[in-house]
Ligand binder design. Structure first.
Ligand SMILES: [Zn+2]
Length: 577
């Protein structure tokens, strides 16, 4: 300590003798006026972060606010205890005590975001980040870009070719910003895909449609010529022939936006002079789910694994268009080890790579090729597992039935909505009940249902009438849930930050899974479909409707959502008939 410091601190304190046995130097260290401030400052900062940011975060996402406040309180007390537990002997001891105290507070500050960020209830966009200044800067830059209509996306197509941003003040630049808005709005809405297609109005306008959790939401509308230029931006980014407005073409574009890199599959196709563009977000990730995460109930997962372990014969797996068919087909195929066995697929478009397998693509635009001949040549090579994504004609179905069912397992994906209709459809497609049932080992059918947002769903007590109508036991079911969309923060309703007010977030499958026994094969051959139904019931495995109700009781979905998908199913069945 310099003499000047000593004088200053002495002047602050008029009675140095009060410290008794302490030396004058000790007293000076303790009495420095800035030291208590130094001790208080970390507490103020820590307290501010906890009360303004952490507590609100815990409240918003239901992260056990009370428990967390208890943790912070204990951490604060511990910091005080640590500070005073270190004996105050000399200058160095003070600094050690201060550091130890700050260390305790810092650990508390780090632990909360670490735990909270791993919590599924907190969406990625709302994760806590330490770098507050960078976060603010990014937010400011984004707002400024929005105001100025700046190009925000970096679009990289095949061959790492970046799409140049046109000069500002040009019409091309305006088109680019509009093309980017499809992506930005789609991401904000959590869409799985965006479509630009003719609106069907006589004025020749095009509309934008976002598919969010399987539900179509209308977006902006554009005059025809403008819509075509917007589509051309994406086609150029993907390296597709802009002049070709007819042929079906697709390619992937890597999109960098707000620090995140994602894949968009650009598909363009035209019929009768009108073009249609589809942007699929994260095509691979969107179909990548393990069998355990598809939405199957536990006994159904066991049944699927039993069917897979059997390893031979034909297994039918059905769903509706965009109803999770590909996800399920891939999940089933992945149950087999593609390194020790020969696993192949035949698809119209490879959505995701199945490691170790050979994925064959059938190009319908190639007039020389025939689906049935392609599948026949694959089956001739003695594969262990084949996944067939489509059955376009009877010949294909017949080829599948004629395969060696003692050696090969074939998964066949069909467009149906129940296990029974899948079996009926398959028998009809093959055209010969004996042939159709010969190798049949199992059947799966699925529908997709939207999941309630767990952050804002609203519990309610169903009336006895309602339970009776649903066929649920009134003595067991005390509560159900409906969609919310809002949360109360400090007694004020706010749009739910997790689902953006939609009330639903994500989808999962409702399944029917049945093993095909000799008895069922006989019933199918005899066309005794009511017996097949009864046999399904006897298996103890639930129907899609039973699974749906189970999920309503568990709070995964709502009764309204179940009604919506059954109406949709009825409408589709009606249209198909
Ligand atoms: Zn919500």
């Amino acid at each position: 300590m310099t003499p000047i410091d000593a004088t200053l601190t002495l002047a602050q304190d008029a009675a140095p003798h009060a410290f008794g046995t302490l030396t004058l130097a000790d007293a000076l260290i303790l009495m420095s006026f800035w030291k208590p401030i130094l001790v208080l400052l970390p507490f103020v900062g820590w307290g501010w972060l906890i009360s303004t940011i952490y507590d609100k975060h815990a409240h918003r996402f239901h992260l056990g606010r009370k428990q967390w406040n208890m943790v912070h309180l204990i951490a604060g007390l511990l910091a005080v205890v640590v500070f005073f537990a270190i004996p105050m002997k000399g200058e160095i001891a003070f600094w050690i005590a201060l550091l130890a105290m700050m260390g305790v507070l810092l650990v508390d500050l780090i632990v909360f975001p670490m735990v909270a960020n791993r919590d599924d209830r907190v969406p990625e966009a709302h994760r806590l980040r330490f770098d507050l200044s960078a976060m603010q800067e990014a937010r400011a830059a984004k707002a400024a870009a929005k105001q100025a209509g700046k190009a925000e996306l970096i679009l990289t197509g095949p061959g790492k070719r970046k799409l140049e941003v046109p000069d500002t003040e040009t019409p091309e630049f305006e088109t680019r910003v509009l093309a980017e808005s499809l992506y930005i709005k789609g991401r904000e809405a959590r869409a799985s895909l965006v479509e630009v297609l003719p609106s069907g109005k006589p004025d020749g306008t095009y509309g934008v449609v976002y598919l969010v959790d399987g539900v179509r939401q209308a977006g902006d509308a554009f005059p025809g010529p403008q819509a075509l230029s917007i589509m051309d931006v994406w086609k150029s980014a993907a390296g597709l022939d802009v002049a070709d407005r007819r042929r079906k073409m697709l390619a992937d574009v890597s999109v960098e936006y707000a620090g995140a890199k994602k894949t968009v599959r650009v598909l363009s196709q035209g019929t009768q002079g009108v073009m249609r563009l589809t942007l699929t977000f994260d095509p691979a990730e969107s179909v990548r789910r393990a069998v355990d995460d598809l939405g199957l109930l536990d006994p159904q997962i066991e049944a699927v694994k039993r069917i897979a372990a059997d390893g031979t014969g034909v297994v039918l797996a059905s769903g509706q268009t965009r109803g999770g068919r590909t996800t399920t087909l891939y999940a089933l195929t992945r149950l087999h080890d593609a390194y020790t066995s020969n696993v192949q697929t035949l698809e119209l478009e490879i959505q995701d790579a199945i490691e170790g397998s050979k994925q064959n693509v059938f190009d319908p635009q190639n007039t020389e090729a025939e689906f049935s001949k392609t599948i026949r040549s694959i089956l001739r090579r003695d594969p262990d597992v084949v996944a067939v994504a489509e059955v376009p004609d009877q010949q294909t179905a017949v080829e599948i039935c004629k395969a060696d069912h003692t050696r090969t397992r074939i998964y066949v994906s069909l467009r149906q909505s129940s296990a029974l209709s899948t079996l009926q459809g398959w028998t009809k497609a093959v055209g010969d009940p004996d042939l159709a049932t010969a190798g049949l080992r199992g059947v799966l059918a699925q529908r997709l249902i939207r999941r309630l947002c767990a952050n804002c769903r609203v519990p309610y007590q169903p009336t006895p009438d309602m339970l009776k109508q649903l066929g649920l036991p009134a003595d067991k079911v005390k509560q159900l849930f409906k969609k919310g969309g809002q949360v109360l923060i400090k007694n004020k309703p706010e749009l739910c930050p997790v689902c953006n007010g939609g009330g639903y977030i994500g989808q999962e499958g409702l399944f029917e899974v049945y093993e095909i026994t000799d008895a069922i094969r006989d019933m199918i051959r005899g066309g005794r479909w009511n017996d097949v139904k009864a046999e399904f019931r006897k298996s103890g495995l639930p129907s899609i409707n039973q699974v749906a109700l189970r999920k309503a009781v568990d709070g995964v979905t709502s009764v309204e959502e179940i009604a919506r998908i059954s109406q949709e199913g009825a409408a589709k069945a009606g249209a198909g008939a």
